[in-house]
Design a protein around this ligand. Sequence first.
Ligand SMILES: [Zn+2]
Length: 168
Amino acid sequence: MRRSTRRRRTVSAYREGDRTVVLIPARMSEAEEQRWVRVMLDKLAAQESKRVLGDAELAERAERLSGQYFDGRARPASVRWVTNQNTRWGSCTPSEGSIRLSHRLQGMPEYVVDYVLLHELAHLLVPGHGPRFWRLLEAYPRTERARGYLEGVVAADRLPRVPGARSE
Ligand SMILES: [Zn+2]
């Protein structure tokens, strides 16, 4: 935390290596300061969770999820974002071990992206959506919540944008 005599009203925060710097006006009280530090930390965390993962990070994430939920048995050869996939959130070609996620997932909550990744990883182990498939996904505690979120997004897309006019 840095107090600045030049700063009169504004508070700002940024990361500097592994530290977080919060700039606070010099005259702020201790209590106000505490409150602002919390607010700014939440704000930074929210910004960072919206940050888009690169393909390399996506592959790392897939490996971690596979280890955590499938004992590392699902081993994709490639995991990447694609922009040509508008009707499906993710897809998987088991013969190639490739997983593709729709760019439309970017900016959605982490647990939703993780669910879609895990879903495609599960297809490397079990094709189709039979009971064996869903039993695998039961290990992930947010399966239902993530499916609900995605259903909500689809439903919202179908809502007419102009009252009285249908977009379809
Ligand atoms: Zn599927």
